[in-house]
Design a protein around this ligand. Sequence first.
Ligand code: PLP
Length: 393
Amino acid sequence: MRLANRVGALTPSSTLAITAKAKELKSQGLDIIGLGAGEPDFNTPANIIEAAYKSMKDGMTKYTPSGGLPELKQAVIHKLKRDQGLTYENSQIIIGNGAKHVLYTLFQVLLNEGDEVIIPTPYWVSYPEQVKLAGGQPVYVEGNEDKDFKITPAQLEETITEKTKAIIINSPSNPTGMLYSKEELAALGEVCLRNNILIVSDEIYEKLVYAENKHVSIAQLSPELKAITIVINGVSKSHSMTGWRIGYAAGDKEIIGAMTDLASHSTSNPTTTSQFGALEAYDGPQEAVEEMRQAFEERLNIIFEKLISIPGVTCKKPQGAFYLYPNVKKAAQYAGYDDVDQFVEGLLEEALVAVIPGSGFGTPDNIRLSYATSLDLLEEAVKRISTFVTNKM
Ligand code: PLP
């Protein structure tokens, strides 16, 4: 065996596996509609592309400090002040290669062997793997579907042990689109403070919030909560910049310092050109962010009603992000499947619609559909799913 023990337990990303299969079928000429995407379908706003291009022409094509360009850190500090009323210093910010890698670096510097990290289900697929890669132990708390997939303070309290180091809060959530209210966050935060555990607040979908809902960062609620929270965010979802790979963490100076030291030996720095793009994303005009949000909301409102009219499909209406997370256990049974994973395979092979099975997110009765695609395709996909279920009833 040549591979290290640490990769033995590594599960490949379920979201990427189904996407790969869908691509393969597409290359065989099949008319597949992919609803697996975890990225906005809009192009990056032109002013951001221009700013990045200009930086290259101006010769800014060399290494930057490991923790990121000082100007970009300042732009992130302004953003956190403007949007959340939060105050940070330069030493409390690290820019990294996407929020995903920032989280990876964070767990590497936080966790000792056997340290526990509480992960509410359903969860984003990379959290448990990143915790395990850092020697930590993921501990799951069920976000019950009846409670909008959100965990309660009592559940959190019960799950904390002396080995608990941190909890991950992802609001709005991938895959459910659910959003914790200020009151709910305050109640969870109180348990964290009392038990002396850190909060990793993944706010990557902050800008994608619908109807009258408002995004709140748990770090905003009190200086005490701010002190134990590491805010994670980035430009991927807000500014349609997934391929640029820029994210950040804001929090305790000692933690950010350790992350920066680790980055100096792993990535050296996030891509310089991308950092100049992100600088324009945060400091430049923000209209495009709102336009994209509105487009997502319009699609959500249309497609949600159609989705819940499919027999055997129930769905909580998401408040944010760009995913629907219906329970399809009954629909799968109507279509002749006991198991939702097999239903998903059938959907892909027979109805030519690619969705992500909920098993990868810790809730096997659900599927995740992304509405980061055109309304025409979404409507056609829902029609196909409906026919697939009702034809066999
Ligand atoms: N966190 C969540 C919940 C996500 O869904 C994603 C991307 O899918 C990320 C973090 C990572 O974003 P990025 O690495 O592109 O900044």
